[in-house]
Design a protein around this ligand. Structure first.
Ligand code: D41
Length: 674
């Protein structure tokens, strides 16, 4: 045997040993060697690899330290869509769910369910090819997520290569990445001591860590994962029950939740729920309920799914966690459209392991309904990721001296008058874009992900830019210079440059994004898309009459009024003109293309569509001029076959009618989207 052969063998031996102990530690939670011994193996491997860099492979356990930062995440299509979960809001909902399952299966027998703790983390999909981890992606909208491979590879609980054998050639594994509670408290304590940003809860910390462009940062955090299902399976077979699939994943080195149990019949499932609720405070991870899944895959297939949610699974959420504390003060926040929201400043209190010091009071009606005064002892509730809210007052604990809460007459940000229109619950600042708070919010909205998606323009930066008088409107963003930016706090030349690059990139946008970015009241993402498709460009939209606006799908008199008012304001028109002059562009959606691309064609939709529902698909096809029919004939131009397509698909094949997948339909619709 040659020397280099020896080295190779030794490297291989060390890698196997390290992977084995990693598996024992992370997946099975039963380590056999001490941390010091583990470290010794690891250092030995690192040394050999340093001496023989040609022998380093991407799958080596030393290759988890992260790589140089990315500029941005790329989008990836999941091989199979990631579905979402239906919710049960109580035991009766659970029993209804079970009744539906049994009646659809035509079964008198009790159903076997797998009961899994519902991890409150970030849902991801891992793709293994030939047993190697080739991709990690966020769930995104279920169809398209972000490629976070570099970050996922730093997580020790996620095998870079599957153990053992018998795995399919290609396999998508789904699960939840989370930040353990212990690691979370430690990190926040350290961050606080260093005067850095603290995360509100472990879920946000996990999401923030996975969205790090620099995977070396991710590598420093103790993220881990529980796997709970699979997507694509190609070139191999998987077991025929959910429980056996989980067990199989574990033998390949993937981490599954040890509290998962099989239960027969709905009453035993409800027992499991109560049992887990008891255990909840003692776990090192946050769970927000239980997921119940029909165990037999054959039954799952019979049950199928409804748009995006399987009929064979349901999540039963735990009640929101409550805490009691003292209301110290109420401040008034100003939103993008001037809406004034009272916010409770609280004596900090731990609720479900998270410290709460602010809670929303929604509006003054709510304050009145609660009968709240400053100094009161209040009950607060937090549920998962939503902002905590004040839900009650402990009336007999009101102190002798207290302060009443009243709506200020002037806006706390700009001093303009605050008005509450007759019959409306929401009070608004009348300052419009004169108001710095409204300006900040509208710029934030303009830069947000579904709008112009300006990477790196965070809240703190927007505050600074507005407070320093560098920008007044979104249009001013495009006049920023490097000199102006480097004068700001925490702005190195490199970050300034990155921001300018991101701004330059965001100039090329799409019409639906641009309309959404304007932040017109009542115009969300989907209305913006409808407006874009209907009008094709900004000019006709800006001059549209109320009647013309109401011809757009989903636009009624109220929304039409808001849109027309927006375009009547000189200030708004100046901003739009300035944006266009600054080089913000989009492709015009030609009216012919919009309404005639599929003219004369007849389409039939069949089976279950997962990423858009049947009605949406139908409306969008019709918007392109197609007729959408209910049955297949020789005149049918195309059939779109979703999952579990039946007789219509067969008929199309008999008649030789072209059949498209849902994916192909989406591609086609998007290519006409402008
Ligand atoms: O622990 C979880 N958060 C969890 C999420 C779980 N244990 N099981 C899940 N199962 C599914 C289906 C049944 C659709 C495969 C899920 C999720 N979905 C899910 N997570 C985020 C969206 C959907």
């Amino acid at each position: 045997m040659t020397d280099s052969n020896n080295v190779e063998t030794e490297i291989e031996r060390l890698r196997e040993a390290i992977n084995h102990h990693n598996y024992l530690y992370h997946t099975l939670d039963t380590p056999e060697i001490s941390d010091v011994e583990f470290d010794r193996l690891f250092q030995a491997l690192k040394q050999l690899e340093a001496d023989h860099p040609e022998l380093i492979t991407p799958e080596s356990p030393t290759q988890r330290v992260g790589f140089a930062p990315l500029d941005a995440f790329t989008q990836v299509q999941h091989e199979m869509p990631m579905l979402s979960l239906d919710n049960a809001f109580g035991e009766e909902d659970m029993r209804d769910f079970d009744r539906r399952v049994r009646s659809r299966l035509g079964d008198d027998k009790e159903i076997v369910y797998v009961c899994e703790p519902k991890i409150d983390g970030v849902a991801v999909s891992l793709l293994y090819e030939g047993g190697r981890l080739v991709r990690g992606a966020t769930r995104g909208d279920g169809t398209t997520g972000e490629d976070i491979t570099a970050n996922v590879r730093t997580i020790e609980a996620i095998p870079l290569t599957l153990r053992g054998k018998g795995y399919p050639e290609r396999l998508e594994v789904r699960g939840e990445i989370y930040f353990p509670r212990s690691g979370f408290s430690r990190m926040n304590e350290e961050a606080e001591a260093a005067g850095q940003k603290v995360f509100a809860n472990p879920r946000n910390a996990a999401a923030g860590t996975l969205r790090q462009l620099d995977s070396r940062e991710t590598a420093k955090r103790p993220l881990t994962m529980f796997c709970y299902s699979i997507g694509l399976v190609e070139g191999g077979e998987m077991p025929d029950t959910q429980k056996a699939i989980l067990d199989q994943l574990a033998t390949w080195g993937l981490r599954t939740n040890p509290l998962t149990e099989m239960r027969t019949g709905v009453e035993d499932c409800i027992d499991f729920y109560h049992q887990l609720l008891e255990q909840r405070p003692s776990l090192d991870y946050e769970i927000d309920g239980v997921v119940f899944k029909v165990n037999a895959i054959a039954d799952q297939e019979t049950l199928g799914f409804l748009t995006r949610t399987p009929r064979w699974a349901i999540a039963h959420k735990f009640p929101a966690e409550e805490g009691v504390t003292i209301l110290r003060d109420v401040e008034f926040q100003v939103g993008r459209t001037g809406a004034i929201t009272p916010v409770a400043r609280l004596e900090p209190v731990k609720v479900g392991g998270v410290t709460i010091s602010n809670a929303t009071l929604h509006n003054m009606d709510e304050v009145g309904r609660l009968g709240l005064v400053i100094g009161d002892t209040v009950v607060i509730q937090r549920a998962g990721d939503v902002i905590p809210k004040v839900v009650g007052v402990v009336e007999d604990q009101r102190p002798a001296s207290f302060r009443r809460i009243s709506l200020p007459e002037a806006c706390p940000a700009c001093g303009s008058e605050i008005l509450q229109a007759e019959g409306e619950v929401i009070a608004r600042c009348t300052g419009g874009l004169q108001c710095s708070a409204q300006r900040k919010e509208s710029i934030r909205h303009f830069a947000s992900r579904l709008a112009l998606d300006i990477e790196g323009l965070g809240d703190k930066l927007v505050n600074q830019l507005v407070d320093h008088g560098l920008i007044e409107s979104p249009a001013d963003l495009f006049h920023l210079t490097e000199e102006q930016l480097v004068g700001l706090e925490r702005m190195a030349p490199k970050s300034a440059n990155n921001l300018l690059k991101a701004l330059a990139k965001s100039r090329q946008t799409t019409l639906p994004r641009f309309i959404y970015a304007l932040g017109i009241q009542e115009v969300g993402e989907s209305t913006a898309r409808n407006l874009a498709r209907h009008f094709g460009d900004m000019a006709p939209l800006r001059s549209a009459t109320l009647d013309e606006l109401q011809a757009v799908p989903d636009v009624g008199p109220v929304v039409a009024e808001k849109i027309a008012t927006f375009f009547h304001q000189e200030n708004n028109n100046r901003v739009i003109d300035d944006l266009i002059a600054s080089g913000v562009t989009w492709e015009v959606i030609s009216n012919d293309a919009a309404s005639d691309a599929l003219a004369g064609q007849t389409w039939v939709l069949t089976g279950t569509l997962t990423s858009l529902n049947r009605n949406e698909a139908k409306t969008r096809l019709q918007a392109l001029g197609a007729k959408v029919a209910g049955s297949v004939s020789s005149k049918t131009s195309f059939v779109v076959a979703g999952d579990a397509a039946g007789s219509k698909l067969t008929r199309a094949q008999e008649l030789g009618v072209p059949v498209l997948s849902e994916e192909a339909l989406l591609e086609l619709l998007e290519s006409h989207d402008g």
